[in-house]
Design a protein around this ligand. Structure first.
Ligand code: AMP
Ligand code: MG
Length: 348
């Protein structure tokens, strides 16, 4: 199968291509589409056969459930048992980069939800995504449109690299605005909120709703032997390039000095724009990848997966990067980067 690749502008939501894409979803096919977080690989969430194709195309383990995407927050009624807290979250942040896990209704096949009794629901903000869901007349199950284990795609080019021969259509809607996957929260039976995956909607944003938020251990730490992940996806290797990735925790000077003392033949350095000169001067033989300004976490989020993908093509022995702080959006960067580094952190 070779995917048809089409470009759609956010101001062109009545074009023939988007109707074609909706037809593919209705017929049980696979469509890659842009969202404000990363590109998604979509199929009809209510069809077990269609959902199965997603797992196959990605090489995704069958116990790693899919997020279902809806066009309007109230559509969650048809697929889950909602609560007051859900509507509080929806009113504050939907449409937007947040996913809420609740108890599932039978309308969602077990294949879609990886055999669990809960289901993850998200209402994306990207106009192409919303229009596609609305025209399809069904919720769209969509994980990130990458091969399982590799960094999520933040441009159509990334998605084409991974999915061109594994789906029916790829919609190029430009670069994803944010660049890291959605924040995932679970509403537990006692009405409390657990953060399973950090994203653009931060812990502070959630606490402002007046609810207690518990951060799942797997967000920042390695799971212990035999420990069960609240979110199945957290137990899998993720975002990891082929090279060893090492995170360094320390000042710019200590960062440069450590790399200089531990150079290997092919070394890449991901670092802040402000430190570029220092690193190029101290370690001229290493390739420098600009992570954006030290204080601009949104820019770093925007660049991270693209940098990991580019670096992956260069056969490095080792990729060094700074360990981010855990504040605000930093927690999302921290969570993705410790996975990319398989928790290889060196304190300087
Ligand atoms: P992705 O689709 O690549 O953005 O990943 C979705 C993440 O959501 C994975 O880590 C899944 O394990 C997680 N997820 C989806 N549905 C559920 C659920 N019902 N309960 C817990 N985690 C879920
Ligand atoms: Mg993913």
């Amino acid at each position: 199968m070779t995917a048809r690749i089409v470009s759609i502008g956010s101001d062109d939501l009545d074009c023939k291509e988007i109707y074609d894409a909706a037809e593919i979803i209705k017929r049980g096919g696979l469509v890659v589409f842009p969202t404000e977080t990363v590109y998604g690989l979509g199929a009809d969430a209510t069809s077990p056969d269609a959902a199965k194709k997603i797992y196959e195309a990605k090489g995704r383990p069958k116990d790693n459930p899919l997020i279902i995407h809806i066009a309007d927050p109230v559509d969650a009624e048809k697929y889950t048992y909602t609560s007051e807290l859900y509507y509080k979250i929806a009113e504050a942040f939907m449409p937007g980069p947040i996913t809420v896990i609740m108890r599932s209704r039978d309308t969602v096949p077990l294949t879609t939800r990886g055999g669990l009794d809960t289901v993850a629901v998200r209402c994306p903000e990207n106009p192409i995504a919303r229009r596609l869901i609305a025209l399809s007349g069904t919720p769209i199950a969509a994980p990130s449109a990458n091969l399982s284990g590799s960094p999520s795609p933040t441009s159509a080019k990334h998605a084409i690299d991974d999915m061109h021969d594994r789906c029916d259509m790829i919609i190029d809607g430009g670069e994803c605005e944010f660049g890291l996957e959605s924040t995932i929260v679970k509403i537990d039976d006692d009405g409390s909120l657990v953060l399973l995956r950090p994203g653009k909607i931060t812990v502070t944003d959630l606490v402002m709703l007046g609810v207690d938020v518990r951060i799942a251990d797997a967000v920042t730490d390695k799971l212990g032997e035999g420990e069960v992940a609240l979110s199945p996806g957290m137990k899998y290797r993720h975002y990891a390039p082929k090279a060893r990735v090492v995170l360094l925790d320390g000042s710019a000077e200590a960062f440069a000095a450590y790399i200089k003392a531990n150079l290997s033949e092919r070394t890449a350095v991901i670092s802040y724009t402000e430190d570029q000169e220092l690193i190029k001067q101290e370690i001229p033989s290493a390739d420098f990848y600009d992570f954006g300004s030290r204080s601009d976490l949104a820019e770093q989020a925007h660049r991270l997966f693209g940098i990991l993908r580019d670096a992956d093509k260069c056969d490095y022995d080792v990729i060094y990067a700074p360990l981010p702080d855990k504040d605000g959006i930093g927690l999302a960067l921290y969570n993705r980067m410790i996975r990319a580094a398989a928790h290889d952190i060196i304190r300087l």
